[in-house]
Design a protein around this ligand. Structure first.
Ligand SMILES: NC(=O)C1=CN([C@@H]2O[C@H](COP(=O)(O)OP(=O)(O)OC[C@H]3O[C@@H](n4cnc5c(N)ncnc54)[C@H](OP(=O)(O)O)[C@@H]3O)[C@@H](O)[C@H]2O)[C@@H](O)CC1
Ligand SMILES: [K+]
Length: 517
């Protein structure tokens, strides 16, 4: 599990060490970690170290000092380095160390920004030490102008030749919100100190951060509650339930699916395929015969009927994908939610959620659906606001409804009504395609069905029992994202092919778990 903390948490974890006179040691550890990642990136890109060129952007605070000390270390390894000082003030001791190691410096205010940007765009590495956790608001003044000039000179990330490494945070993002106000320097990699900050995991901040590296600088977070957590492969693996010797189809877990309608039959077939690939004892399908016939073309093992929720025994329910303009499906959604069993509520069923439910009800809206859900409860927000601050609005929705809320997006945010937050960035943009959400709900549904009667699941991954369903939803996002990345190796993702990749991801996770035991 990767824990994320707020800027305030990081400061309070640093405080005892700084009070004990360890401030410089912390900074040297941070700089050393940053230096190590830069060396690794140069090597991985096939560029030598000796004779490589680096530009260090140094702002007025300790973030600039970290970057300058990393620059000093690069200089001592034979890298040619220039520091661009983006503020009138600069941390003097680190600047002296940088110059002492042979670095050259230039003040941003004293030179033509576009010339400096051209120089930076020709370097092998650009280290962004303009702003760290002490930032307030977006980038201002000359530093903001420089970022625009660099983007123009170097081209966008992915096409430019300079490797951009953010020191602690990409300058210009909100530490706690991931909000970007104004220009931001998109990094290829971010080296963050002590622990991940929430702003690096969500919203535009996650986009700007590139590959995230967390460097341990010896901070103690044991007395602090993380503001968000990210499940890693071993956590998702611990939530998988492979069959045991005496299992039968019922003991493995039955997922009931009330999805699809005459208008959208395909969504049900995609959800059922994904659930079977994740691993359940049985999928019980409830819905129109025509939809059942489509499901059976691909998955004849699904048991189908046009009955009601009360007549179909299952351990968990999935309701809503493709269920539009269908009164019977709406009634099934209402009944499934009322059953008290874990119930994934997607798309067409989101309108059937009563005022108050429990955390075993997992809502899976995208930003537009969340906007609607909140508006129906008197909370008005624009879709763009929700996309900019996904954690905030997912938490509001969870608090208001009592449900677990999985908000789909570039990063998947899962909020529990307790206030616990999970953030998963496992997906690939290739998954932004029709039907993708149906497979995600099928995966989460299968996990819920197999864990519904497993009292030890929360303990296995170290989350509170009340947050189990949020962790299950996050594990679903991890499996879905990993399957999408695997599928994308073959080319554009075709969602109906995803079950093969889901099965392979599940197999890999179980194998890693076996090897770790
Ligand atoms: N503490 C520790 O022990 C350790 C901390 N560590 C490191 O320290 C970093 C935090 O350092 P920090 O607190 O000095 O803040 P930081 O972000 O570098 O600079 C803030 C200054 O920038 C300015 N400014 C603000 N907003 C602005 C804007 N929008 N646009 C432009 N300028 C703006 C403002 O200055 P002003 O403009 O007022 O002169 C403000 O004073 C942290 O991220 C990590 O890298 C590590 O070494 C580990 C040990
Ligand atoms: K920075």
């Amino acid at each position: 599990m990767l824990n994320a903390f707020s800027g305030g948490d990081i400061r309070s974890a640093e405080a005892p060490l700084i009070d004990a006179g360890q401030g410089n040691t912390l900074m040297q550890k941070a700089a050393h970690g940053l230096f190590g990642v830069v060396l690794g990136l140069l090597r991985a890109d096939g560029r030598g170290i000796y004779g490589a060129t680096a530009v260090v952007l140094a702002g007025s605070g300790n973030n600039g000092a970290d970057a300058l000390y990393a620059g000093e270390r690069l200089l001592r390894r034979g890298v040619g380095a220039t520091a661009i000082l983006t503020s009138d003030r600069v941390h003097t001791v680190s600047l002296e160390a940088f110059v002492g190691a042979g670095g050259t410096t230039v003040r941003l205010g004293d030179a033509d920004p576009s010339e400096l940007a051209t120089h930076a765009a020709a370097a092998d590495v650009l280290i962004d030490g303009i702003l760290g956790t002490g930032a307030s608001g977006g980038l201002r003044g000359a530093a903001a102008g420089f970022v625009g000039a660099f983007d123009a000179a170097a081209g966008p990330r992915g096409t430019r030749s300079t490797i951009v490494v953010a020191c602690d945070l990409p300058s210009g993002i909100g530490t706690d919100s991931g909000l970007v106000e104004g220009p931001v320097l998109h990094a290829d990699a971010t080296v963050t100190f002590g622990a991940a900050k929430l702003g690096l995991l969500i919203g535009e901040g996650a986009v700007a951060a590139g590959e995230l590296n967390v460097v341990d600088i010896g901070l103690d977070f044991s007395s602090l509650v993380p503001v968000a957590r990210t499940l890693l492969a071993p956590d998702a693996a611990a939530l998988l339930r492979p069959p045991r010797a005496r299992d039968h189809k019922y003991s493995r877990g039955v997922l009931g699916v009330a999805a699809g309608s005459a208008r959208y039959p395909g969504a049900a077939a995609l959800a059922v395929g994904a659930a079977l690939a994740t691993g359940v004892g049985m999928v019980r399908y409830l819905g129109p015969d025509a939809v059942a016939a489509l499901i059976h073309q691909r998955n004849p093992e699904a048991v189908a009927s046009a009955g009601s929720i009360a007549d179909a025994r299952s351990q968990a329910w999935l309701v809503g994908p493709g269920a539009v303009d269908d009164d019977d499906q709406r009634q099934r959604a209402v009944d499934a939610i009322a059953s008290g069993l874990p119930t994934i509520v997607d798309a067409g069923a989101l309108g059937a959620v009563p005022e108050r439910v429990g955390p075993q009800v997992i809502l899976t809206p995208h930003a537009g659906e969340l906007r609607q859900l909140l508006a129906e409860r008197g909370l008005d927000a624009e879709r763009s606001e929700i996309e900019a601050e996904p954690a905030h609005f997912a938490l509001r929705a969870a608090e208001t409804t009592g449900a677990t809320v999985l908000l789909k997006g570039f990063t998947t945010v899962v909020a529990a009504p307790s206030g616990a937050l999970f953030v998963q960035a496992d997906a690939t943009p290739w998954l932004a395609t029709a039907g993708s959400g149906d497979t995600l709900s099928g995966i989460v549904g299968a996990l819920a069905a197999t864990l519904a009667e497993d009292g030890g699941a929360a303990g296995r991954i170290g989350v509170a029992q009340e947050d189990l369903w949020a962790a299950v939803a996050a594990a679903g996002a991890l499996i879905h994202g990993s399957a999408g990345r695997r599928a994308a190796l073959r080319g554009p993702v075709i969602v109906s092919d995803l079950p093969a990749d889901i099965g392979a991801v599940v197999a890999d996770l179980l194998e890693e778990r076996r090897l770790a035991m």
